[in-house]
Ligand binder design. Structure first.
Ligand SMILES: [Zn+2]
Length: 221
């Protein structure tokens, strides 16, 4: 390994440990593959075994039976677009025979985007001149992924029901994410403003929505 490669690896270890609050001793192995183009550098991470207990029966008698590589989009490492390949250990419980993956420090379950990137994307989305596409280009993701991150992590509180509700259906662009081709838009008749948009105009969607609202609030409508 050249001196430059050693320096890159040391700097990357420091960034990885500080970004994910990972004790440095948990980093068993880090391989850095810098690309010639300056984009899509790859960091292959293996963590030291952490003696987990079985998540099904709580037995401490578990063994490593293999590795699953998960590709996690990160953002900028050493000033370049990068991807993390995390070699997650698969454990098998000797007592109940079930298998499970080790605790994932880098992303929420089944997501391919790291927690650190999600945090930055949510901050960027607050800026008025940003779009899903501009942010997607910045982090090397698709606009749909950025939109999905927004939908999963943005919790907007419900607005109280107004005295008069105007309900209209609206044709929504074709999307596999939506349950219906028609969305249901609810407006405050007096204020002439939208207070709720439901992903379907179906009766079940509407009843699910209204029955979650306290009766005394519904009675004021
Ligand atoms: Zn078990």
């Amino acid at each position: 390994m050249t001196k430059q490669e050693t320096n890159n690896q040391t700097a990357a270890s420091t960034i990885i440990c500080s970004t994910w609050n990972l004790p440095v001793e948990r980093l068993q192995r880090l391989d850095v593959h810098l690309s010639a183009s300056g984009n899509d550098d790859v960091y292959v991470i293996t963590l030291t075994p952490d003696k987990p207990i079985c998540k099904y029966c709580c037995s401490g008698n578990v063994q490593i039976i293999g590795y699953t590589t998960r590709k996690i989009a990160h953002t900028v490492m050493l000033g370049r677009q990068s991807v993390i390949k995390y070699r997650a250990k698969r454990y098998m419980c000797s007592k109940c025979g079930k298998t499970f993956l080790e605790h994932n420090y880098f992303s929420h379950d089944r997501q391919c985007v790291s927690v650190a990137v999600i945090d930055r994307i949510m901050s960027d989305l607050k800026l008025p001149n940003e779009t899903f596409t501009s942010i997607a280009n910045r982090y090397g993701l698709s606009p749909t992924t950025v939109q999905d991150i927004f939908d999963r992590h943005c919790c907007i509180g419900r607005i109280e029901l107004p005295e008069y509700i105007l309900i209209v259906e609206n044709y929504a662009f074709h999307s596999k994410r939506l349950k219906s081709k028609y969305i249901c838009v609810m407006m405050d008749f007096k204020k002439r403003s939208v207070f709720e948009v439901l992903e379907s105009r179906r009766r079940t969607t509407l009843s699910d929505y209204f029955f979650r609202i306290p009766l005394n609030e519904r009675k004021k409508v």
